[in-house]
Design a protein around this ligand. Structure first.
Ligand code: A2P
Length: 283
């Protein structure tokens, strides 16, 4: 891969650009419109949003105005935890599409496996929800379907009855939080892993070991983390509202981290984790 628009290929043959622009915590309206527009100008052609981020309208507007054409941008959204079940999911998808102003979506994900309010019967509800995802996929309204924050056991439970296996699992992944069991399961089963919080929400960037390795390659700690993720076959979704950083986070293809340095980065333990345990989240 030589640039952010180069692709991984999903299990159904759909190409997914290898770095996505994350939009969590970017407010709707001008802030997200201008961040996504900057990202598109810089060369990103993959944008990640969610119903829960409350910014689908601004993301949709920026993508619809992209001079390169909406069909040349890969857009992901996610079903929030307040919705489960077949009919409810189809209705929630329509609301997402209305906010985005699109006629189709590239990737739709179940945002969390076991929402607090449905925890006592989440497996059964996920099966019904997934039936709706399969229907959206078969009807061509979505080009690919997947999940987010699913651990190995959630994936196994879903795949017991799924007719179409998830194509993506988007999880928290960065040096210091590698979720090895889930990643191995995904990679063995043709499920593309995506990394949210690839910079540990920025906190990880203070880590002295990362600074000294990054310096060797003449790169920033952020670039080092993103490159490390790509070298593992995982798709990073960095977020920034700062123009220079938006650009910096695309400059990942003119260096390669040596296996010794990868090992040092792999050995960082429990640094920068910000997300909840998917089985015990309070939402
Ligand atoms: P900002 O949005 O103010 O530019 P993550 O993608 O892991 O969630 O991390 C996002 C956080 O990391 C944001 O606070 C963002 O700040 C910051 N960030 C993004 N890119 C860089 C970078 N290249 N260097 C330093 N900080 C960055």
């Amino acid at each position: 891969m030589n640039k952010v628009s180069d692709s991984f290929i999903l299990s159904n043959g759909v190409s997914i650009p290898c770095v996505g622009f994350g939009t969590w915590q970017i407010p709707d309206g001008d802030p997200v419109f201008s961040a996504v527009s900057s990202a598109l100008e810089t060369g990103y052609v993959h944008i990640d949003t969610a119903a829960a981020y409350g910014n689908e309208a601004g993301v949709g507007e920026a993508v619809r105005r992209y001079p390169g054409g909406r069909e040349n941008v890969f857009v992901t959204s996610k079903l929030w935890n307040d919705v489960r079940g077949y009919r409810e999911t189809l209705d929630a998808f329509d609301r997402t599409m209305e906010r985005l102003g699109f006629s189709y979506l590239d990737l739709f994900l179940i945002h969390w496996p076991a929402p607090y309010r449905f925890r006592d019967r989440y497996q059964e509800l996920n099966r019904e929800t997934w039936r709706a995802f399969e229907e959206l996929y078969r009807s061509g309204k979505v080009r690919a379907i997947g999940v987010s924050n699913f651990l190995r056991h959630h994936l196994e439970e879903l795949m017991e009855t799924a007719e179409i296996a998830p194509m993506v699992d988007q999880i928290e992944f960065h040096p210091g939080w590698m979720q090895t069991e889930t990643v191995s399961f995904c990679q063995q089963n043709g499920i593309q892993v995506e990394a949210w919080s690839p910079l540990g929400s920025g906190k990880l960037l203070q880590e002295p070991k990362l600074h000294s390795i990054a310096e060797k390659y003449g790169k920033s700690p952020a670039q080092l983390c993103l490159r490390w993720i790509l070298q593992k076959g995982i798709l990073p979704l960095p977020k920034s509202v700062t123009k220079e950083r938006i650009l910096q986070n695309t400059q990942l293809f003119d260096f390669c981290i040596s296996s010794e340095d990868v090992q040092i980065m792999d050995s960082l333990s429990c640094v920068g984790r910000t997300g909840s345990d998917p089985d015990n989240a309070k939402f």
